[in-house]
Design a protein around this ligand. Structure first.
Ligand code: AGV
Ligand code: CA
Length: 310
């Protein structure tokens, strides 16, 4: 039995690589895809998503555009990445785009897809939770049809990855973009698996990984990985604000191969205001989430590289 997955992403390099890998998993069936313009511009991220499905995926999928807006915008430099992926020759060989744009905005597409799917759906979110929060406001009855939410977001460390004026640096970006949306989802009874910075910090993009993909580039899927990760800065001497990690790809592989990570339950809440907005904090009266805090680094890179060859 294939697990039914609905994927909402925000068009970064690792979001788009995640879409590619999901299409390669034989234990997963994607029921829907939508794109939110958080860490991307919408138009190139939509085109790139549709072209990845055309090139590596299956028929019957459409891609929905989100009309959600966040409180704290992502830096423009990062949002540009979707243009580079969309322009890759490997995605433009056929000269056409077949996978259609859905006729509904993302949050309504999410509701319709979850309600129309016979089994319960696992939600995979690798950007902010805005579309999910809006969907739950619009159709609270959908909660019963949600198997769980797997989300790349948050951290319980002192250091988050937001380095912005008026902020204290404790938040992770996907929470920071729309803290209220995360707080809204926290109010529900949905089972949440949180792939937090604790584990994603263990899978930086490094030169040895790039060299491996280069060596194996005669395989078209591995070549695609190499081309995508040529666009973003690796960890060399020390981590900077722009250093790239495989945040979303780790979150996605958690669905296909949960044994690569360690998980613990933390009762927590989300800060929605002030200098710590977007921070997730442990608190005795908080709601439980399953936090992925550790990963088998080599096993992860082996798994995702092998998947690319499927
Ligand atoms: O905080 C990680 C999230 C992930 O969903 N995103 C990137 C991943 O898609 C935001 C982000 C944090 N640091 C970044 C980010 C960076 N240096 N470049 C691009 N995006
Ligand atoms: Ca993302």
């Amino acid at each position: 039995m294939k697990r039914k997955i609905y994927f909402n992403h925000d068009g970064g390099v690792d979001d788009l690589v995640s879409l590619f890998l999901l299409l390669k998993m034989d234990n997963v069936e994607l029921t829907g895809v939508s794109v939110i313009p958080a860490d991307c511009y919408l138009e190139p991220a939509m085109y790139a998503s549709r072209k990845i499905i055309d090139r590596f995926g299956y028929e019957g999928l459409d891609v929905a555009e989100s009309n959600s807006r966040g409180k704290n915008p992502f830096p423009k430099d990062w949002r540009m990445h979707a243009f580079y992926v969309d322009a890759l020759p490997i995605l433009n060989e056929s000269g056409k785009v077949v996978t259609p744009v859905a006729d509904k905005p993302a949050h309504l597409h999410l509701i319709d897809t979850v309600l129309a799917t016979e089994d319960k759906t696992t939600l995979l979110f690798t950007g902010p939770l805005t579309d999910l929060a809006r969907a739950l406001d619009e159709a609270p009855e959908m909660e019963e049809k949600i198997e769980r939410l797997v989300w790349m977001g948050g951290t319980f460390r002192e250091a988050g990855n937001v380095h912005e004026p008026e902020h204290d640096g404790t938040a992770e970006w996907n929470v920071f973009w729309d803290p209220e949306a995360a707080a809204r989802v926290w109010e529900t009874g949905i089972e949440i698996d949180l792939v937090a910075l604790e584990s994603t910090n263990q899978v930086p993009l490094t030169i040895d990984v790039r060299e491996r993909w280069a060596k194996e580039r005669q395989n078209i899927g591995v070549d695609f990985l190499g081309q995508c990760y040529a666009m973003v800065p690796p960890l060399v001497h020390f981590s900077t604000n722009s250093t790239y990690y495989l945040w979303d790809v780790l979150t996605t592989t958690f669905i296909g191969s949960p044994d690569l990570v360690k998980v613990k339950t933390i009762d927590c809440m989300v800060h929605t205001d002030g200098p710590s907005q977007g921070r997730t904090v442990e608190t005795a009266d908080g709601r439980p989430v399953n936090v992925v805090y550790n990963v088998n680094r080599d096993g992860f890179f082996d798994y995702m590289t092998e998947l690319a060859k499927n």
